[in-house]
Design a binder for this molecule. Structure first.
Ligand SMILES: NC(=O)c1ccc[n+]([C@@H]2O[C@H](COP(=O)([O-])OP(=O)(O)OC[C@H]3O[C@@H](n4cnc5c(N)ncnc54)[C@H](OP(=O)(O)O)[C@@H]3O)[C@@H](O)[C@H]2O)c1
Length: 253
């Protein structure tokens, strides 16, 4: 049985507590956060506290606060014997001041109120002590079938890659939505295309999956698109992406 204390009351804390509460051989010892209102959400799962000076003893402490607050929160755990791990894709493991430190990073986009299938979420694990890595991996395995040893350098690159495929794509969905609405068209018209684009790369490399005028080199179509755009940022993005796509296929020749 592994006892766990969660620090933080945001998106990740809620998803992790929901999943850990159903996991075998896991006991949620406490949830600690500064936001009393948010803490109440956790009261059905574990004892709650706003007092960072009264953190209970546990095998693992998962720091699920915003990246910039990880070090500050970790200072309240300096006398603890258990493993202190943060859940960030971007923060260094060595930013944690204690010897028994690690990382417990689930690579997914977590949004409040959107249930996720934890079994398929990759968990990226790192720890300063070998034995602690084994414990964090055992914990992650109770939630997911995809558990990986990934060091801080690799994780930072992976997190950067995740920004491109998720955050930036999502921003572009917003651009698409705006262009549809300008013509009184619903965003729903684009959803089958969005789904197919994401599904294709599950079975073929992005380079093979690419279609469109930039790949084909259809200059007239690209000029026509540019003449429809008024927003400077959209024009800049259109040119940037088209150039980047063209370059990928020029390299092939
Ligand atoms: N969301 C994702 O998709 C995702 C995916 C993988 C990893 N992560 C990582 O998980 C961690 C948490 O992200 P999140 O999405 O859960 O963020 P979030 O929903 O914005 O929640 C942030 C939490 O940090 C707390 N916090 C901020 N500053 C604090 C401080 N100085 N002292 C104590 N608590 C503080 C907030 O408390 P208040 O409510 O009081 O501000 C809140 O509970 C981050 O390291 C993030 O990189 C997130």
């Amino acid at each position: 049985m592994l006892s766990i204390v969660i620090l933080g009351t945001g998106n990740i804390a809620k998803h992790l507590v929901g999943a850990l509460s159903k996991a075998k051989e896991v006991r949620l010892a406490q949830v600690v956060g500064r936001n009393q209102e948010q803490l109440l959400w956790f009261s059905g799962f574990a004892p709650i506290s706003t007092d960072f000076g009264a953190i209970m003893d546990a095998d693992v402490y998962l720091i699920a606060v915003k990246d910039d607050a990880i070090v500050e929160v970790s200072k309240h755990l300096s006398d603890k014997k258990g493993i202190v791990a943060h859940t960030s894709g971007a923060a260094e493991m060595d930013s944690l001041p204690m010897e028994n430190r690690g990382v417990f990073y689930p690579l997914q986009s977590f949004t409040e109120g959107r249930p996720l299938d934890f079994k398929s979420i990759p968990f990226c694990i790192e720890a300063h002590r070998k034995q602690s890595a084994e414990i964090l991996k055992a914990l992650a395995s109770r939630l997911s079938d995809n558990v990986y040893d990934i060091d801080s350098q690799q994780r930072k690159k992976l997190h950067l890659a995740a920004m491109f495929v998720s955050n930036f794509s999502n921003y572009l969905y917003g651009v698409g939505e705006k262009l549809c609405l300008e013509e009184g068209l619903p965003f729903d018209l684009l959803k089958p295309l969005i789904r197919e684009t994401a599904e294709k790369v599950q079975v073929m490399p992005p380079k093979e999956a690419q279609t469109g005028p930039a790949r084909r080199g259809d200059q007239k179509t690209m000029q026509a698109h540019l003449s429809l755009l008024k927003d400077e940022k959209q024009i800049e993005l259109y040119k940037l992406f088209s150039e980047a796509i063209k370059k990928v296929y020029e390299e092939k020749l």
